[in-house]
Each structure stands twice: as structure tokens, then as C-alpha cells.
Design a protein around this ligand. Sequence first.
Ligand code: ATP
Length: 362
Amino acid sequence: MSRVRLQNVSKTFGTTTAVKELNLTIREGEFFTFLGPSGCGKTTTLRMIAGFYYPAEGRIWFDNRDVTEVPPQKRNTGMVFQNYALFPHMTVHENVAFGLEVRKISKKEIRERVKKALEQVRLAGYSDRRIAQLSGGQQQRVALARSLVIRPGILLLDEPLSNLDARLRDEMRSEILSLQRSLGITTIYVTHDQTEALSMSDRIAVFNQGVCQQVGTPEEVYNAPRNAFVASFVGETNLFPATVAQVSGETVTVQSKDHTFRIRHKQEESGFSVEPGNRLFLTIRPEGVDLVPEAGENTLSAKMELVQFMGTSFHCAARLEDGTPLKAMFVNRPDLMGRLREGDRVIFRFPEDRLRLIPGGD
Ligand code: ATP
């Protein structure tokens, strides 16, 4: 299993900068995800790691080996593509065996390794089927078996679940994860789906417009986003421009429009300090918002516009008096059953330990 290091890597296509000055280390055995919207440079980065693209600048290392100029077949990476890229006229066995045959491995060993790879992806007994006779989920498993059979040091997965329906996607998510855990293989996973990224990864790199915005564990990225883009792309959030009015130890008072809020701000957690006059964003996740009977500190009055009962939670869309939209979510609150009505005036409270400050907002 290998560690992957990208050192100041950039890639341009004509006048488009697809990836800009990327520095990243993916640890041995880690499940690492590139997350970001369409066109942000995730696939280009993965393809540079696989060797399909060469960087315009920078170096790529696998452990202590500089692979920047090494062709793909000599990198010992296994790749699963979004469209699987299987050979439709060939059988499952032939598809999985292909990579071993080009490596001139003996027939006997090929048989054994294909059998094992198909067992790993729960497709034992399917070796003689043709690809066209398989469901989407099964084809996905063949693609996975084909990449694992060569015993790669690094597994590269480019949106492998995006062609599957929601239920199968959930199932394959756990299968890929348990396979990765049992093999301990360094895995890089590309997705634009934040739920996939949060639920599968040891660490996530969030990309936007070719630039890596933040690297961290799912908890770090979700709970301590470094900027407004990460806050709003990873999970839902409420984001308000605000100005720091007063700082007293860890307690910061900020002003947003006509409202004053008190917040607990820890520099060591957030990575930045604040001073009076700073303009930044005030943010709170929908599940951080509370509903209270009376106005008081950190409260705002709003009108409930949409209430959706989701089984274990209520998802609410409301509007503040100045027209600002606000999302709130109440989890495990049977006391609210039948009490949240669209059109009602309500009072929301933003607990000071659930509010966060994020740089930016000028
Ligand atoms: P998606 O999720 O849509 O695949 P992505 O985050 O993987 O998006 P990339 O495919 O890496 O994004 O693309 C990054 C940028 O580089 C985009 O602006 C894209 O149009 C451009 N790009 C990617 N590949 C090429 C290419 N072969 N030729 C020209 N431009 C390209």
C-alpha cells in the first residue's frame, strides 16, 4: 500500500486552469475523497495520479518514488471509472482477467486470482455471464474486481456509484467501504455527493474551481469549515454576513444587519482570531437552530414557510422579518408533532455554542 503525495501540482487545458498549485498527502491505507461540484478539478487530479494526464507543474510521489513521468501501466494503480469501461462482448471472467493477461501471468494463477476477486465483490458464480446480462450494480462490482485483481497499491475510484439508483448506491457504499477496510488499500474516491464523502472517508479534500479549499476528517470539514464555500457545499447551512462588535475572551459579539449575537469562538478550533471591526460570516447548521417560546438573547422572529416531516426529523424553511431565508431541522422531537405549521410566526434561538464564525464576508 502506498502513500501519495502531490507537490505543487497544476494542470491547464488551453486557457482553463483545471487544478491549481495542489499540495496534498494521502496516507497509506487511507480512504481519501476528493469532493466538489462539477468541473472543480477532481477527475483531472485523479487522472494525474493514475498517469493519464501529466501535470503542467509540480511532482507526484508514491512513497519515495517520483512517478510524475511514469506511464499509467507502471504505476500499480487500479482504477474504476464512472461508466465502468467494461468490454461488453466479453464475459465477466474475461473482463477481470484482462489486466493479468497483458501482464503475462500464468493461466493457473489468473484463474485463481479472478476467482478470488469475484468472491471479494460477491460475484462468485457469475464468471461466464456476459456484461450485457448484468445489472448496473453487478457491472459496478465487475469493474471493482477488475481493478483489485492486479493487486494495486492504490485504488482510484471516479464517481463509481453515480449510475446506480439510490438504494443500490447505499448498499454499494457500505460494500466498497468494508472491502477497502479489509484490504487496507490506499483509496482515492472522487464524488460530488457530500453524503458519500462524509460517510465513507477517513479524510476529505474539498475542491472548488481547481483549488483545494480544505482537507480534514468528515467531522472537521463539517463542524469547522474554513470558508463559506466549504460551509455551504458540505451539508446545509445558514450563512449571514456579520461584523465583529466586541471580543471578550472566547465570547465574541457580532452584528448582522439589525441583530446582535453572542458566540463562543475558540481560535485553536477555528484556526483564526477575530478583532472588532472584522467582517466575516456568521453560520449555523439547520440542526443547531432551536425553537423557543419567547424572544431573548440570540433569538430571531420568523415565519414558517415549509415544514417537512421526514420520519425522524422535521425540516423547516422559514423567513426572517427582513426577508432572509433560514433553514432549521429538529431531530428526535416528538414534542413538536402537530405543532409546526406553515404560516405560523415562530421564535428561533441560535445557541452561542452552535454559531460559528467563518472568514470572508468582505
Ligand atoms: P465532474 O464531476 O463534472 O467530472 P470534475 O471536478 O471532475 O468535474 P474535471 O473533469 O477535473 O472536473 O475538470 C476540471 C476543469 O478542466 C473543467 O473546467 C473542465 O472543463 C476542464 N477539463 C477537464 N478535462 C479536459 C480536457 N480533456 N480538455 C479540456 N478541458 C478539460
